[in-house]
Design a protein around this ligand. Structure first.
Ligand code: NAD
Length: 427
């Protein structure tokens, strides 16, 4: 079992013990209800065929249809997908969404594929899992390595197989197919709301301009949260991607960096995007992954992949707050170190809930055949995030972290639904 899955299961087991839940409840909470592995034959443009391993793991649907993204990445395996599916159950329950948790994945680097190969893989994924997905069964969405374009291919394949248009079968679709304009920025926006609320609750005494932030990962989540934080006047002083990081103590000019990234497709690591460069100011520092963790900031945002902060490197982090945007970004051992040092962690199951919360709004819109107008999605998303964060914060005490409190709230809700369905008699 990988450390991400054992960490997630460990967090659930703690709640099972403290709430004295039955053995039946324990088994239903720890084990997925369905876990399917398939091999998708992917015909390549050169006429050869590759056998791609893929998974759909459906953790628990007591609260409603399963919901969770599909990841195309080389390291994807059953343990990773199971950990992510379990996390989705907790996240959906913490956000009071009418969903269970699921996740999917295929073990492949999409950067190696042409657009037509990606389209065939997307259609192959739907063909393989058609009988176990659908608007009232399991509703997939994008994750790492997938996007709205891929959801467009998937929903088209689903429509072909079912003989009708089913817009609520997938979320994160292109807007023209019933997607929501806010979806791409939603996870970043939700992370900003979580941070804003935590700063209020902790009576943070610095202004946004004085508050320094480092963002690890500059993909969908990292780039959007960087833009939103900069718009809210926070001082993003460091950013990184898979090629390394940039740091300037006076701050990075995020709009210029985003523009340069859009033009080149990646961050140019030999350039400096400092807000102000004068003859007397220091140059940008170009950092490797280990050095990046040590930058002196108030807030550190892991927004790349799981396992970024571990017991080996946690002591390097100098921040006072960690906003865990990457699923599984903070390992169990790292969290213990942060707790000892009084560093607050806003856990993934709250911090990055904005993506699925907006997917829920898209699904409601598609089911009702209506359109949200103006800023309705943004204000609903804001309200859903605030409610989840404040409710979990009520259970934070000297010995209970925000992650533990969120798991307590979410597991209690899942348990109540399992009892209401008659799966369990009581505790
Ligand atoms: P992405 O593939 O768009 O971006 C990942 C970024 O991380 C890229 O910039 C990549 O270069 C960078 N990266 C990879 N290794 C790195 C390293 N060692 N150091 C620094 N940067 C590194 O993925 P994404 O959609 O932005 O997702 C990021 C995380 O957020 C994942 O854990 C994902 O599960 C989670 N998440 C995403 C969404 C969503 O809506 N996209 C929703 C919830 C959670």
């Amino acid at each position: 079992m990988n450390s991400f899955l054992s960490g997630v299961r460990g967090a659930i087991q703690e709640v099972i013990t403290s709430q004295q839940l039955s053995d039946g409840a324990r088994d239903l909470l720890l084990e997925p209800m369905r876990s399917i592995e398939v091999t998708i034959p992917l015909r390549m443009d050169d006429g050869s065929t590759r056998a791609i391993k893929a998974w759909r793991v459906q953790h628990n649907d007591a609260l409603g249809p399963f919901k969770g993204g599909i990841r195309f990445a080389p390291q994807v395996d059953r343990d990773e997908v199971t950990a992510l599916a379990t996390t989705m159950s907790i996240k959906n329950a913490a956000l009071k969404l009418p969903y269970g948790g699921a996740k999917g994945g295929a073990s492949i680097d999409p950067k190696e594929l042409s657009t037509s190969e990606i389209e065939r893989l997307a259609r192959g994924y739907v063909d393989a899992f058609y009988s176990v997905i659908g608007p009232s069964i399991d509703v997939p969405a994008p994750d790492v390595g997938t996007n709205a374009l891929i959801m467009g291919y998937m929903i088209d394949e689903y429509a072909k197989l079912s003989g009708k248009t089913v817009p609520d079968a997938f979320t994160g679709k292109p807007i023209i197919l019933g997607g929501t304009a806010m979806r791409e920025a939603a996870t970043g926006y939700g992370g900003y709301v979580a941070l804003r609320e935590i700063l209020k609750l902790r009576a943070w005494d610095k202004s946004p301009e004085e508050t320094t932030i480092a963002i690890q990962g500059f993909g969908n989540v990292g780039s959007h949260i960087a833009r939103i934080l900069a718009e809210e006047k926070f001082n993003v002083v460091a950013v990184s991607d898979s090629g390394g990081g940039l740091y300037h103590p006076e701050g990075i000019d995020i709009p210029s960096l985003l523009k340069a990234q859009e033009e080149a497709g990646k961050i140019a690591h030999n350039a400096c995007y400092a807000k102000s460069i004068t003859e007397t100011s220091v140059p940008c520092e170009h950092l490797n992954h280990e050095e990046f963790l040590t930058v002196p900031v108030d807030i550190f945002v892991p927004a790349a992949l799981e396992g970024a902060l571990t017991s080996e490197n946690a002591n390097s982090v100098q921040a006072k707050i960690i906003l865990e945007m990457a699923n599984g970004g903070v390992e169990e051992g790292a969290e213990a170190i942060f707790e000892d040092k009084g560093i607050a962690v806003v856990p993934d199951v709250i911090a990055n809930g904005g993506g699925v919360a907006t997917s829920y709004l898209e699904w409601v819109e598609n089911r009702e055949g209506r359109r949200w107008r103006g800023d309705a999605v943004k204000s609903e998303l804001d309200a859903l995030m605030q409610e989840a964060l404040h409710e979990s914060m009520r259970y934070v005490t000297a010995g209970v972290t925000l992650r533990q409190a969120t798991y307590q709230v979410a597991v209690a809700r899942m348990h109540e639904a399992m009892v209401a369905r008659g799966w369990l008699l009581s505790k």
